[in-house]
Ligand binder design. Structure first.
Ligand SMILES: [Mg+2]
Length: 161
């Protein structure tokens, strides 16, 4: 069950202490897209998200988006965010996409933080990959029914841990 435990829980990406991550030896961030950077199924990149991406880059941290969503949408949004490296249809919690980004970053897993709003995809995938995991609260409540069921399971899990 330890694999479902995030290293950190924050309200949103804006509450992540980037300079503290750097002090911990983190050199790159892999972030989820839906409900982490943007509201679910929203294609609207807010100025605050753009600012966060540039804050991450200004700290000297590498940034990539790993999403289980469709290729077209993820690539379009990554391009809009200034060519952020991205992997769509990532099949998180499988490790392939996380490993691929670690290779592209040329970083060891322990030098990478994974940020996302779901325990069973983002946190589980990041933990399985040996990365530092940060759980955020989902931006939007608009979700697939499957996600809603997962969310309930997450609630029960978090209450018990
Ligand atoms: Mg998400």
């Amino acid at each position: 069950m330890k694999l479902l435990q995030p290293n950190e829980m924050v309200d949103s990406i804006y509450d992540i202490n980037l300079s503290h991550l750097k002090l911990m030896g983190i050199k790159g961030i892999i972030t989820d897209l839906d409900n982490t950077l943007l509201a679910w199924h929203s294609s609207e990149i807010t100025p605050t998200v753009e600012q966060w991406i540039s804050d991450v880059r200004n700290e000297g941290l590498k940034i990539a988006i790993v999403s289980n969503n469709s290729t077209a949408r993820v690539e379009e949004l990554s391009a809009q965010l200034g060519g952020v490296i991205c992997i769509a249809k990532a099949i998180k919690p499988r490790r392939g996409a996380f490993r691929s980004i670690a290779g592209q970053f040329n970083l060891a897993p322990h030098e990478i933080a994974v940020v996302g709003d779901q325990l069973f995809t983002d946190v589980l995938g990041g933990n399985r990959s040996g990365m530092y995991t940060i759980l955020v609260n989902p931006i939007s409540k608009q979700e697939f029914i499957g996600t809603k069921i997962m969310r309930l399971a997450e609630k029960i899990f978090l209450r018990r841990s």
